[in-house]
Design a protein around this ligand. Sequence first.
Ligand code: SAH
Length: 260
Amino acid sequence: MADEIALGEVWLVGAGPGDPDLLTRKAERLIRAASIVFYDALVGPGVLDLIPPHVRRLAVGKRSGRHSKDQGSINDLLLAAAQDGERVVRLKGGDPSVFGRSAEEMAHLRAEGISVRICPGITAASAAAASAGVSLTLRGLSRRLQFVTAHARAGEALALDWSALADPGATLAVYMGREAARDVARQLMAKGMPAQTPVLIAANVSLPDERLLFTRLDLLHLGVTSIASGSPALLLVGEAVGAGDRSGAMARQHSEAVTQ
Ligand code: SAH
């Protein structure tokens, strides 16, 4: 099984939204084949439990507002491990190719002749839609998906194309959107998006403390205040979100809370 990763090779592996059952089989095999695993703050505890005890593990999590390694140090750590001949797994929350700074890590490693490969994962938008019992697209109504990050550098305004995002024929997934939620709603409504556009706030998706909150654009800022600031949260905006089996999702959420 160790042959899955060549000596000195790096795999960027999607860890999915948190629940280890939402890992791909390939991701699980790679985790077991690694000699060292670097992981983000968003990788679920159940996924980390799959790392064999003899395998070294290093947290390189980046969370806004918390002390963490900068990207340059992470790049250097990955490079050093590969050059030492380790079988390297770099576990990333969700899908490595979605707001995961994979390109920077790959460029750094490839510039030094290191082989880098990617194993995809379930991204938060897919997982949130699944938990909520909604479809991200809707025939004839929501024909476009837009994934954006609403994370702005300290003191800077969000540089997003609000006219394009305020498309009533699209579903908008806003990653890292909790802090900017009020601004997001205000900008979208200023560009003509109806105040009653359905919104789902999904926090800790697929984890035991998952929270799903259905609301509307003009009330979004109220909804996000009930989400703990340390929890990863995703916003889904658009008509498709309102067309789901809302009662089913609520009932599931309720029964999970009761059975814990
Ligand atoms: N590569 C990741 C995204 C990294 S950006 C992916 O594909 O999902 C981090 C953001 O992802 C968080 O701020 C949040 O908006 C979202 N996110 C990741 N995991 C989540 C989860 N379990 N529940 C809700 N949002 C999540």
